[in-house]
Ligand binder design. Sequence first.
Ligand code: NAP
Length: 296
Amino acid sequence: MTGGTGLIGSALCAALMDAGHQVTVFSRKPAGVTKKWSGAVAAVSRLDEWHEQLDFDVIINLAGEPIVDAAWTESRKKALWDSRVTFTGNLVRHIAARQRRPGLLLSGSAIGYYGDRGDEALNDLSGPGNDFAAQLCLAWEQEASRAADAGVRVCLLRTGLVLSANGGLLKRMVLPFKLGLGARLGSGRQWMSWIHIDDYVAIVMQLMADANAQGAFNMTAPQPETNRAFTATLAGVLSRPAWLVAPSFLLTWVMGARAILLTGGQKVLPARLQSGGFQFRYERLDDALRACCKRR
Ligand SMILES: NC(=O)c1ccc[n+]([C@@H]2O[C@H](COP(=O)([O-])OP(=O)(O)OC[C@H]3O[C@@H](n4cnc5c(N)ncnc54)[C@H](OP(=O)(O)O)[C@@H]3O)[C@@H](O)[C@H]2O)c1
């Protein structure tokens, strides 16, 4: 698993080990992996450490520099691109060059693939957007999909906003909300397509088990919410007011181009997962937020 030290990867490592799998994590800080899992998870720090004797059934590829944390300067954009697109290209070349290849590549992507799409309802077959985040996701998916040419089943995890007690979006939001500083972002009409981490993990397990699953999957709960509704729901769960508004011009002034990640959005529906019979444990945002905030 690449990105196995991150928010999603850590939850997946725990679930996979609980299910009896052996996990190896690719990390730039392999000693941290060994320490965190008390040696139960193996660690590699370079792709060329993956020698012919080391066989994997499944590769889960989640590596990527954080996209919201720093301004999208040209050098930051390059780091975002290299850590996803270039990295995935190298990974797929390694897979293809092996005599014994893994049967499945589950590779990360994001609903940013669709760009800022207003109220349009988007399913897994909807086309990509044009902005930087959309082009990044498109190229990331294209690199991963090349593994299919080497006979590997490929599933693309087109991920929404992951809700977890352990970090990510909620970690950034809960403290200001608790201080009564929760704010609607811009118009508040932009859609936020979210998923609870437990459902994300359960979907990955299902995609691993279903030999027919391939292609892109929207990893989002069936009921996306607008930013206005999300703000009100989180404030309600935390029993705090949220009357403030962060105007779009201010967000753009402070954050530059990446403000689109907050002021824009997409209404994404998990059509393929639902038609495949996946039962979401958290369909409603208030239930998901309550579960995360209880565990904080
Ligand atoms: N969390 C969300 O809401 C969300 C939503 C949509 C998409 N995603 C995508 O899903 C993936 C996992 O998300 P996450 O929230 O778990 O991310 P995260 O907590 O930020 O973790 C990112 C992981 O990527 C690895 N990484 C970072 N820069 C790297 C580089 N230059 N080269 C190789 N590895 C690098 C890190 O590993 P080391 O530091 O150990 O090397 C870390 O394990 C990301 O690609 C993210 O874009 C996440």
